[in-house]
Write a protein that binds this ligand. Structure first.
Ligand code: BES
Ligand code: MN
Ligand code: ZN
Length: 521
C-alpha cells in the first residue's frame, strides 16, 4: 500500500495512524470498516430500513449485499455487523457500522461510528484496522476525516490503568483509506487535525482518570509543565508563597485544609508575530480531590470527586492542541490546583476570606463562606482575576462546578453562561465542529440577590434555587465586564456507563469546544 503520511506531532498512546489512497479490496488488515446509512424515507410501520453502504467499491458492495438484504442489519446509529473472510478482499474481516437515518447522519455520527468500530475491535483482540472514508455528498471529506480520527483515537482509550492483570488491547494500527478521487489536501489536513485534537483530549482524560493520591496539586502541575515543554508552551508554576504575594485569599482558603500545598500553573501560547488583538484567558478548576471540606460530602460516590480537576485538565488539553495547531491568537491558560480537605487548619463555614484584588492598590472582594463544599468558585475567583491582571481580554472557564447543573441539564448537555452575546455566539458556533453539547443558561441581577451577604461583599452559596446560576453569578462578580464564558461540566466530565463509541470513565468534555472557540478568533 502507498502510505502517504504518518501521524504528525507528539504521540500519546500506542495507536499508529496512517492515511492511504489505495483501493479498498487491497487493504491487508485484520478488519476493514465501512459505513452505512438507512436510506428509507417513508415513515410508518411498513417502512422497513433500507441500508446502503457509503462506498462506491463494487467488491465491498458485493460482499455486503446478502446481509444488507437480509433485514438483520438496519444501519442504525452505531449498529454493527461483522463478515468473516470477505470474498475478494485482502482484509480478514469486514465490519459495517451504521450511521442511522440518511437525513440525520452527520460528521458527528461519523465520529461516533469510528469510536464504535475501535471499541468493537479491542475486546476481540484484533490489533489492526482500516477504515474507509465514507463517500457521501453530506459528509465533506476534510471534516469527516478529522472526525473519523477523533472517534478512533478517543475510542481506543480505556480507564483500567491500575489493573495488574491489564491486557493492553489497544489498536496498534489504524489506516484511513480515502478514495483516490477525494480532495487530498482536505483529507490530509483533517486527518492531521483529528490526531492532534483526539490525543489532546486523551491527555485530558488520562489526567482526570488518575486518583487523588497519585495526582496531587504539585504532581499535576509538574505533569502540565512537562506537557508544555513537549509542545513548546512557556509556563510558570507557583505555590503558597506566590499565592500569598498575589493575595489570593479565596484560593488559599480552600487549600489550607490539605497537607498538600496548592499549585497554580500559567501556560502561555504566543504565536509568532502576533502583538495585538485579543488575549484569550482559559481558566480551569483543578481540585484534585473534593471531600467537601468541613461541609463534608456524603460517602456515597465521593470517590468520583477525583474528577473535580476535569475543568483544569480540559484547559490543559485545549492548550496542548492550541500549541500544535498554532492559531493566530494569544492565549493564556491558568489552572488552580488544590485539594479540598477537612482538617484542624481547614477553612470553615462562617469564615470571611478576601479574594485577590484586580490591581494591588485596590482591596479584594470579601467572601462569606457559607459552605466549604462550594470551593470551586473560590479558586476560580482568584484564577479569573489573575487572568485579567495578566492581560486577558476574553475569558473562558471550565469547571465541575455544581450538582445543580446536572439536575438542570442532565448528563448530555453542559451548562454555558456568558455576560456577552458575541462571545457566547462564537462558542455556540464552535459546537458545530466539536460535536459537543452545551446549553446556555441565564445570568441576572435577581440571582445576584441570592448571593448577597450580611457580613461581606458576597457569599459562596445562593440557596437551593438555581444553584448552577448563582454559582455562575458568583464568578461573574470577578469577571465583571470582561467578555466571559463559564462552562459547568459537572455532568459531562465523567461517563458512568460505557457507550458503544467511548469507554466509561473520564470523557475529556470541553477540550474540543474550547479549542474551536479559540480558533474562531
Ligand atoms: N465538585 C462539586 C460539584 C460536583 C458535583 C461535580 C457532582 C461533579 C459531580 C462542587 O465543588 C460542589 O460540591 N458543589 C456543591 C455546591 C453547593 C455546596 C452550593 C454542590 O453542587 O452541591
Ligand atoms: Mn465541592
Ligand atoms: Zn468541587
Amino acid at each position: 500500500m502507498d502510505w502517504l503520511i504518518s501521524s504528525p506531532g507528539e504521540r500519546i498512546g500506542t495507536m499508529k495512524t496512517e492515511l492511504s489512497f489505495a483501493n479498498l479490496p487491497s487493504a491487508e488488515t485484520g478488519l476493514l470498516v465501512v459505513l452505512a446509512v438507512d436510506t428509507q424515507t417513508a415513515k410508518g410501520p411498513d417502512a422497513k430500513p433500507v441500508p446502503a453502504l457509503l462506498t462506491a467499491d463494487a467488491t465491498v458492495k458485493a460482499v455486503a449485499a446478502l446481509v444488507l438484504a437480509s433485514g438483520e442489519f438496519k444501519a442504525g446509529a452505531n449498529e454493527t455487523v461483522l463478515i468473516h473472510a470477505p470474498a475478494g478482499l485482502a482484509a480478514a474481516r469486514l465490519l459495517i457500522v451504521g450511521l442511522g437515518k440518511q437525513g440525520k447522519a452527520t460528521v458527528n455520527s461519523v465520529r461516533s461510528a469510528a469510536g464504535t468500530a475501535v471499541r468493537f475491535t479491542k475486546p476481540r483482540g484484533i490489533r489492526e484496522l482500516a477504515f474507509a472514508l465514507p463517500e457521501a455528498e453530506f459528509l465533506p471529506p476534510g471534516p469527516c476525516s478529522r472526525a473519523l480520527l477523533e472517534g478512533a483515537i478517543l475510542g481506543d482509550f480505556d480507564a483500567d490503568t491500575y489493573r495488574s492483570d491489564r491486557k493492553d488491547l489497544s489498536v496498534q494500527q489504524f489506516v484511513l483509506i480515502a478514495p483516490a478521487s477525494a480532495d487530498k489536501t482536505a483529507v490530509q489536513a483533517g486527518f492531521a487535525e483529528g490526531v492532534i485534537v483526539a490525543e489532546s483530549q486523551n491527555f485530558t482524560r488520562a489526567l482526570v482518570n488518575e486518583p487523588g493520591n497519585k495526582l496531587t496539586p504539585t504532581i499535576l502541575a509538574s505533569r502540565a509543565a512537562e506537557m508544555a515543554d513537549q509542545v513548546g508552551l512557556s509556563w510558570d508554576v507557583y505555590s503558597t508563597g506566590k499565592l500569598e504575594e498575589l493575595k489570593m485569599g479565596a484560593f488559599l482558603a480552600v487549600a489550607q485544609g490539605s497537607a498538600e500545598p496548592p499549585a497554580l500553573i500559567v501556560l502561555r501560547y504566543q504565536p509568532e508575530g502576533v502583538t495585538d488583538g485579543p488575549v484569550l484567558g482559559l481558566v480551569g478548576k483543578g481540585i484534585t480531590f473534593d471531600t467537601g471540606g468541613i461541609s463534608i460530602k456524603p460517602s456515597d460516590k465521593m470517590e468520583l470527586m477525583k474528577y473535580d480537576m476535569a475543568g483544569g485538565a480540559a484547559m490543559l488539553g485545549a492548550m496542548r492542541a492550541i500549541a500544535l495547531l498554532k492559531p493566530k491568537v494569544r492565549v493564556i491558560g491558568i489552572v488552580c490546583y488544590a485539594e479540598n480537605m477537612p482538617d484542624g487548619k481547614a477553612y470553615k463555614p462562617g469564615d470571611v476570606v478576601t479574594a485577590m484584588p484586580l490591581s494591588p492598590d485596590k482591596p479584594g472582594k470579601t467572601i462569606d463562606v457559607i459552605n466549604t463544599d462550594a470551593e470551586g468558585r473560590l479558586v476560580l475567583a482568584d484564577g479569573l482575576t489573575y487572568a485579567r491582571q495578566l492581560g486577558a481580554t476574553h475569558l473562558i472557564d471550565a469547571a465541575t462546578l455544581t450538582g445543580a447543573c446536572v439536575v438542570a441539564l442532565g448528563i448530555h448537555n453542559g451548562g454555558a453562561f456568558s455576560n456577552d452575546d458575541e462571545t457566547i455566539a462564537r462558542f455556540q458556533g464552535a459546537l458545530a465542529t466539536s460535536g459537543e453539547k452545551f446549553w446556555r443558561l441565564p445570568l441576572g441581577e435577581e440571582y445576584v440577590e441570592q448571593i448577597k451577604s450580611d457580613i461581606a461583599d458576597i457569599k459562596n452559596t445562593g440557596g437551593r434555587h438555581g444553584g448552577a446560576i448563582t454559582a455562575a453569578e458568583f464568578l461573574h462578580t470577578f469577571t465583571e465586564d470582561t467578555p466571559w464564558i463559564h462552562l459547568d461540566i459537572a455532568g459531562l466530565a465523567w461517563i458512568e456507563d460505557s457507550r458503544p463509541y467511548i469507554a466509561k470513565g473520564p470523557s475529556g468534555a470541553g477540550v474540543r469546544s474550547i479549542l474551536e472557540w479559540v480558533r474562531s478568533y
